[in-house]
Design a protein around this ligand. Sequence first.
Ligand SMILES: Cc1ncc(COP(=O)(O)O)c(C=O)c1O
Length: 349
Amino acid sequence: MDCIRSDLLQLAPYSAEHYEGVVDKLDANEVPLDLPLALKEELAQALTARLAANRYPDGSYDRLRQAVSEYAGVSKECISLGNGSDELIRSVLIASCVGRGGILIATPTFSMYGILAQTLGIPVYSVGRGERDFTIDIAAAQETIKRENIRAVFVVHPNSPTGNLLRATEIEWLQSLPVDILVVIDEAYYEFAGHSLVGEMQGYPNWVILRTFSKAWRLAAFRLGYAIACPQVIRVLETIRLPYNLSTFTAMGGELVLQYRQEILSLVEAIKQEREKLYQALKQLPQLQVWPSAANFLYLQTADDRNLQQYLARAGTLIRHTGGGLRITIGTPPQNQRTIDRIYSFYKG
Ligand SMILES: Cc1ncc(COP(=O)(O)O)c(C=O)c1O
């Protein structure tokens, strides 16, 4: 296959597992409840009345961009919309690294930064994190930046899979990076964390914040994310994005949930309470080490991780083995109770 880059021939396509039937699906950090039926019906009606299926979407997505910018507390010129934040990750890689240099990540972290960089032929350099608090090894990161040609640094706030927010020292480090390095701060779990770095962006034109509608907003099926950055960077992301990257359906879904923001996001508090319940229950087990989390999942480590994951899958609870541990999405109260019961019965019989 000489017509294809040889490095791409070595990579495998991304395969997300898909399960039919009744299981406690706690492996992808989605919110466990669908959109309220009344909202789905409103969307269906709007589609019937307004959608011209034969026409391309309004490729500026102006109304949605405006609504997102109001929610994010920035101007419309500081927002670019993506087909999921995954698309925006690829766009920022194109904007900062293609033909120029590599990215720096601190593992464990979200896998798509490395995967998408590889598909673009961009070198990926990783440093570690503290074993107890998962803070980035800043000394190793600085060393790597000195040694290699790093053009973008990717961090998650709070990190996936470990659930920790960036600490003051890490934020100061990001602020200290030279402006020729793009700093990408992924706030996919912002609504659960209640803490954002948007307020800190002033004076850092090399910062981009990414967010998604796939988690707290319950729109994973629609594929919608957004980037917040200075107008100059946004203009470049707008230049890179494919025309009509969002379907009309996705744009209408985004507008609808923003309009019903209070109702949609009302679940966030309940999920945080459930997170605490699960955390307290799992903390009692000496065989597990579990960490507090600012997101809608918990991260834990155990010597039995693969066995535990398989045991839970057989019992009907899907969780994720990632980053050297297990990540459990917070589900509904009955799902979480089943998770607790099943983990207890794994250890206690
Ligand atoms: C940190 C992080 N960023 C981005 C994404 C992808 O979001 P989207 O569904 O908008 O592509 C995820 C999904 O799990 C994530 O955990």
